[in-house]
Design a protein around this ligand. Structure first.
Ligand code: GLN
Length: 235
């Protein structure tokens, strides 16, 4: 572990960004979710102890990690090359594609990214969903920059979709499914990105990273991983 926050050398502090159900969210004021349970189970398998959780906006998690404010990120964070230049990741623990979410009762039902052109689209700042909008739509000239709305968290984006302020939200598929089960929104189509989520760690914390990888393997080999999947994804 690092120096971040814990008084004991083996105490670590974890960071997350609630508003990304069922991975992390607030329930009756409490931080809960698949990532929360999974990281706690993984750390239980190691010599480290979890001192506390800290909450951030998603886009602030990597700076918080590199500033030693936290020691590990558990936030449905996709392992990708851009992030890999600044931080390291554990082995992957979940796979996802992107989903395009629209109002369930609306008359806008896009079937592909090109159908989004000319519409107001939302995503969360600093995410791979935002990258899809940027790289596939804005850079390609099919969406004007002014049609893109970025939000500090996905709950605000989906609320703006419900309110009719925007027409679609680009978001990780399991999270889209959770919103669709709880709110009057639906998945119009999915866009395959083949993402893998990992816990984010500092590049220099090799020992801690290896401990997390061993812990993750133990949790996946036993019944815990499946139990947590059943608990949070209901399958
Ligand atoms: N998986 C996406 C990413 O890594 C979104 C994560 C999130 O919003 N918590 O960018």
């Amino acid at each position: 572990g690092g120096g971040g926050g814990g008084s004991d050398e083996n105490e670590v502090v974890a960071g997350t960004a609630p508003g990304f159900p069922p991975f992390e969210m607030k329930q009756d004021g409490e931080l809960v979710g698949f990532d929360i349970d999974l990281l706690e189970a993984v750390i239980d398998e190691t010599e480290y102890t979890l001192a506390s959780w800290k909450e951030f906006e998603f886009k602030s998690l990597i700076p918080a990690l590199t500033n030693d404010n936290i020691d590990v990120v558990a936030a449905g964070m996709t392992i990708n090359d851009e992030r890999d230049q600044t931080i390291d990741f554990t082995d992957p623990y979940y796979s996802s594609n992107q989903a395009i979410v629209v109002r369930a009762e609306g008359d806008f039902s896009p079937g592909s990214l090109s159908d989004l052109s000319g519409h107001a689209i939302g995503a969360q700042k600093g995410t791979t969903g935002e990258s899809v909008v940027q790289e596939q739509l804005i850079d390609g000239g099919s969406l004007d920059e002014s049609n893109y709305n970025s939000y500090g968290n996905y709950v605000l984006a989906v609320e703006d979709l419900q309110n009719g302020n925007i027409d679609a939200v680009v978001i990780d598929q399991p999270v889209a499914e959770t919103f669709a089960a709880q709110r009057p929104v639906t998945i119009a189509f999915t866009y395959e990105t083949g993402e893998n989520f990992g816990f984010g760690v500092r590049e220099e914390d090799d020992e801690f990273t290896q401990a997390l990888n061993s812990g993750l393997a133990a949790v996946q080999d036993g019944s815990t991983y499946q139990d947590l999947t059943n608990k949070w994804f209901g399958q």
